[in-house]
Design a protein around this ligand. Structure first.
Ligand code: GLA
Length: 734
C-alpha cells in the first residue's frame, strides 16, 4: 500500500495496484495536479511532466522567477477569480461580497484506514487495514478559513475516494455557493463520455459520445439523483471496449442534486468536476462551523469496462454496503403490486402467500395500499397505520400469519411524502414543503414532507419503528414517488433557503441511519418510482434498489445492461411480471422473463394464483435453478459480452462467473427473429483458458480458451419461440 510523499519537493504519489495519482504543492501554496493514469514506478522525474505557462498574455502570477498561468495549470481543487477561467471546484463569498480565495498548503496528515463520515453515507474501512488516507490542510489567511482535501486509496480495487471539508475560523459568516467533491484535470481530452440517461421506466440507458470542446455535463435539480441522469459516468478511450482499454469511472455517494461535468478547454485539456449541484445551493458557513462535502469515487483501469465494473462492484461490497449485507444472499420475493395494485384484502394476500410458499419463494412483500384509507394514490400518505377495511385484524396480524407460513415479511412505505387527504396533514399542514401564499404543484397527487426539520424526521422514525416492531418486519421497500417543487421551509431563515435541498437529503439519511441502526437485520430496498434514486448514497443504507418500474423483459435488458456499468447485480431488484406486460403490453415467454430477472435479485410480481399448472411448474423450476446459482448471480464476476449498441442492435449477451472459474452462466437474448441469419456465436469471458468445460450438461467438452476466443455457436430456437428469445448456458468445469 502506498502513498509516497517527497517532503522536499512536496509531491504526493497515490499509488494503487494498477494506477498512479500525482500532485504537488506549487511555490504559491496551491496544488497542481500532475498525473492520473497507469501506475508509475518511483522515483518519478518531475521535470517535463506538466506545463505552467504558454507564450501569450494570459494572466499570471510570478513566483520565484516562475510565471504561473492559472488558465494553463492543472489543479487539484481550483477557485475562480485569479485567472483560471474554467469552471471551478468551489467558491467562497466573503462578508465583503468578493469571491476571491487563497487557500495555501499548510501540512499533510497520513493515516491507515478510512473513517466513516458523520452525517453522510460514506465509504469505510472498519478494520483500517485495506486503505490509506491522506489529508491535505490548506488555509486562507485573510478569510480565516481552513480547507481539508481528503484522499483515500483502496489499492486492491484501484479506487480513490475524495471529499473536501471547509471550516470557518473567523467571526463572520461566509457563503459557500459552490463546494464540489472532486476535481480532476487531465492533460488531454481524447475520451468518450459514457453516461447513463433515461426517464421513468427507461432508466440508465448507455450513451457514448466523444468529448467535445466546451462544457458537457449531466446533472439533477430534482432533489434526487434522478431517472434522467445517473451520477455515475465513465471516461474511456475511443478504442476501449468491455474487454480491453483504458477507462476511468466516477461515482458520487449522494442522493440529491448533483453535477458531473467535463470541460474541454482551449488546450484540449479536460477538467472533471463531481459534486453537489451549485444551482439551488448556497451554504451559510457561520463562524466556527464546518461543511463536509459528500464523497466522490474515482477508479481506473487499462483492462476494459468489464474490469472497471468488477473492481467497483468489489469495492462497494467491501467498503460501501453494510457489512452484514455484503455477500449475503438476498431472498427471492413476491411483491403484490402488479398482482393486486390497491385492490386486496387479507384473504387475497394469504392466498398469494400460500402459492408463493409452494413455489419456493422466501419473502412476501406487501406493497402500497395497506395503510390509512388508500384505495388509490390520492390519499393517506403520512398515516402509517393499517387500513382496518382491508386488514380488519391489522398488518401485525397479517405479518404473523405470513411468518407462520415460513415466509419472511416485508412492507412498502413512502415515508417522505404526505397526501392532503390524511390525518397527518390535518395535524401538521406546515410540515409540507411549500411557499405560503403560492400555488402547490402536486406530483402523483402527493406532496413532500419537510425532512430538513428534525421534528419531521422524529415523527417518521417513531411511526415506522412502531410498525417495524409490531410486524417484526424482515424487509422494507422505501419508495419516493415524486420530485420536489416549491422548496421552501418556514423553519429556516431566508438566507438558508438555498441550503434546503441538501438539508432535505441529510434528513433522509438521518432517518435511514436511525432505522437501520435500530433494526440492523431488516433488509431495506430503496425505490423512487423505480430507479429514480439508484445511487451510492442510498446503497449505503439500502443495499438493493428497485431498478425500474418497467418490468418488460426486453426493456429490462437495456436498463440492467446500463446499470451494470456502475453498480453490482446484487443492487438490482429484478422481477418476473405478467405477460402481456403491464407497462407495454408486450408478450414474452416465462423463460425469457426468468432469464432476464436472474441477473439481479430475483422476485415475482404477478398474480401467481391465476397461473396454469404448467406455468407454476416452470416458476418452481426457475426458483430452484436460481437458488442453486444464487451466489454467482448476485455476487459473481459479471461480464457484458455483447453490447446492444453493437452490430444490428438485435442481440445482447452477458454472463456471470464464480471466483474459482468453475461455473459460469451466460445468457444470450435476441430481440426479433430474422430470416437468413447465421446462428449467433457467443464469445465468453472470465473462464480459465486451461480448464475444460461442459455446456448445459452435454457430453462435449471445450477448453476455456476455445470458448473465449473461438466462441460457441448457439442452437437456433424453434419458430414457436420466435421473437424475444433468451438462451441460457450453464458452463461447468469438469
Ligand atoms: C412506485 C414503485 C412501484 C410501486 C408503486 C406503489 O411506482 O416504483 O414499485 O411500489 O409506487 O404505489
Amino acid at each position: 500500500m502506498a502513498i509516497i510523499i517527497d517532503e522536499a519537493k512536496k509531491t504526493f504519489h497515490l499509488q494503487t495496484n494498477h494506477a498512479s495519482y500525482l500532485f504537488q504543492v506549487l511555490p504559491t501554496g496551491d496544488l497542481q495536479q500532475l498525473y492520473y493514469g497507469a501506475r508509475l514506478n518511483e522515483p518519478i522525474n518531475l521535470t517535463n511532466l506538466t506545463q505552467v505557462a504558454i507564450q501569450d498574455a494570459t494572466p499570471a502570477q510570478e513566483v520565484a522567477g516562475q510565471e504561473l498561468q492559472w488558465d494553463v495549470i492543472n489543479q487539484e481543487y481550483s477557485s475562480f477569480g485569479h485567472g483560471d477561467f474554467r469552471q471551478s471546484a468551489y467558491q467562497v463569498t466573503s462578508p465583503a461580497g468578493d469571491r476571491i480565495s487563497e487557500f495555501q498548503y499548510q501540512k499533510y496528515q497520513l493515516s491507515d484506514g478510512k473513517q466513516r463520515l458523520a452525517h453522510l453515507p460514506s465509504t469505510f474501512d472498519d478494520n483500517q487495514d485495506q486503505s490509506q488516507t491522506l489529508t491535505i490542510f490548506l488555509h486562507d489567511q485573510l478569510a480565516q478559513l481552513d480547507l481539508q482535501l481528503n484522499y483515500t486509496i483502496f489499492p486492491e480495487q484501484d479506487v480513490i475516494v475524495r471529499s473536501a471539508y471547509f471550516e470557518n475560523l473567523s467571526t463572520q459568516t461566509v457563503q459557500l455557493p459552490r463546494a464540489l467533491s472532486l476535481q480532476l484535470d487531465l492533460p488531454d481530452s481524447d475520451y468518450d463520455f459514457l453516461q447513463f440517461a433515461g426517464s421513468w421506466a427507461r432508466e440508465r440507458h448507455l450513451r457514448r459520445n466523444h468529448l467535445h470542446d466546451g462544457v458537457q455535463s449531466i446533472s439533477s435539480l430534482r432533489t434526487a439523483s434522478s431517472h434522467q441522469h445517473n451520477p455515475f459516468f465513465i471516461l474511456a478511450r475511443p478504442t476501449t471496449t468491455n474487454s480491453a482499454g483504458e477507462a476511468m469511472a466516477f461515482n458520487f455517494v449522494y442522493s440529491g442534486n448533483f453535477l458531473d461535468s467535463v470541460e474541454v478547454d482551449q488546450y484540449q485539456q479536460a477538467r472533471i468536476l463531481v459534486g453537489i449541484n451549485p444551482d439551488e445551493f448556497c451554504w451559510q458557513l457561520k463562524p466556527h462551523t464546518s461543511f463536509q462535502t459528500p464523497e466522490a469515487i474515482l477508479s481506473y483501469t487499462t483492462a476494459g469496462l468489464n474490469q472497471l465494473s468488477q473492481q467497483l462492484s468489489d469495492f462497494y461490497q467491501k467498503h460501501l454496503v453494510a457489512p452484514r449485507f455484503a455477500q449475503q444472499e438476498r431472498p427471492i420475493l413476491i411483491n403484490n403490486w402488479e398482482a393486486t395494485y390497491f385492490d386486496f384484502d387479507e384473504t387475497k394476500l394469504l392466498n398469494l402467500a400460500d402459492q408463493a410458499k409452494d413455489l419456493g419463494i422466501e419473502l412476501f412483500v406487501l406493497d402500497d395500499g395497506w395503510f390509512g384509507k388508500r384505495d388509490d394514490d390520492t390519499t393517506s400518505l403520512g398515516d402509517w397505520v393499517s387500513d382496518q377495511r382491508k386488514l380488519p385484524q391489522g398488518v401485525a396480524h397479517l405479518a404473523q400469519e405470513i411468518h407462520q407460513k415460513g415466509l419472511k415479511f416485508g412492507l412498502w412505505f413512502e415515508p417522505e411524502m404526505i397526501s392532503l387527504e390524511s390525518q397527518l396533514y390535518q395535524q401538521h399542514p406546515d410540515w409540507l414543503l411549500h411557499v405560503p401564499g403560492r400555488k402547490l404543484t402536486p406530483g402523483r397527487h402527493q406532496y413532500v414532507l419537510d425532512l430538513a426539520r428534525p421534528e419531521v424526521v422524529d415523527y417518521l422514525a417513531q411511526a415506522l419503528s412502531t410498525i417495524i416492531s409490531q410486524t417484526q418486519l424482515d424487509y422494507v421497500k422505501w419508495d419516493m414517488n415524486r420530485y420536489i417543487t416549491e422548496m421552501y421551509s418556514a423553519a429556516f431563515a431566508p438566507e438558508q433557503q438555498q441550503e434546503l435541498a441538501h438539508r432535505y437529503i441529510l434528513g433522509v439519511y438521518q432517518l435511514y441511519e436511525r432505522l437501520t441502526t435500530k433494526f440492523p437485520k431488516v433488509l431495506f430496498e430503496s425505490c423512487a418510482s423505480g430507479g429514480g434514486r439508484f445511487d451510492l448514497g442510498m446503497m449505503y443504507y439500502a443495499p438493493q434498489a428497485w431498478t425500474s418500474d418497467d418490468t418488460d423483459a426486453m426493456e429490462r435488458l437495456l436498463i440492467q445492461y446500463g446499470t451494470s456499468f456502475g453498480y453490482s447485480l446484487s443492487m438490482m431488484g429484478a422481477h418476473v411480471s405478467a405477460s402481456p406486460n403491464e407497462q407495454l403490453g408486450r408478450k414474452t415467454s416465462l423463460k425469457t422473463r426468468g432469464a432476464v430477472a436472474y441477473f439481479g435479485d430475483l422476485g415475482y410480481e404477478l398474480d401467481i394464483t391465476q397461473l396454469t399448472p404448467d406455468q407454476l411448474a416452470q416458476i418452481k423450476q426457475q426458483i430452484q435453478f436460481y437458488k442453486h446459482y444464487r451466489k454467482i448471480f448476485q455476487f459473481g464476476d459479471f461480464y457484458r459480452l455483447q453490447s446492444p449498441l453493437a452490430g444490428n442492435h438485435n442481440e445482447l449477451s452477458w454472463g456471470v462467473v464464480n471466483a474459482e472459474q468453475t461455473v459460469a452462466i451466460a445468457a444470450h437474448y435476441q430481440l426479433l427473429n430474422q430470416p437468413q441469419c447465421l446462428n449467433s456465436r457467443l464469445k465468453l469471458q472470465g473462464l480459465d483458458p486451461k480448464k475444460r468445460y461442459q455446456i448445459n450438461d452435454q457430453p462435449a467438452t471445450y477448453s476455456g480458451s476455445q470458448l473465449m476466443n473461438a466462441g460457441y455457436i448457439l442452437p437456433k430456437l424453434t419458430k414457436q419461440e420466435a421473437d424475444f428469445q433468451a438462451q441460457l448456458l450453464v458452463i461447468k468445469a469438469i
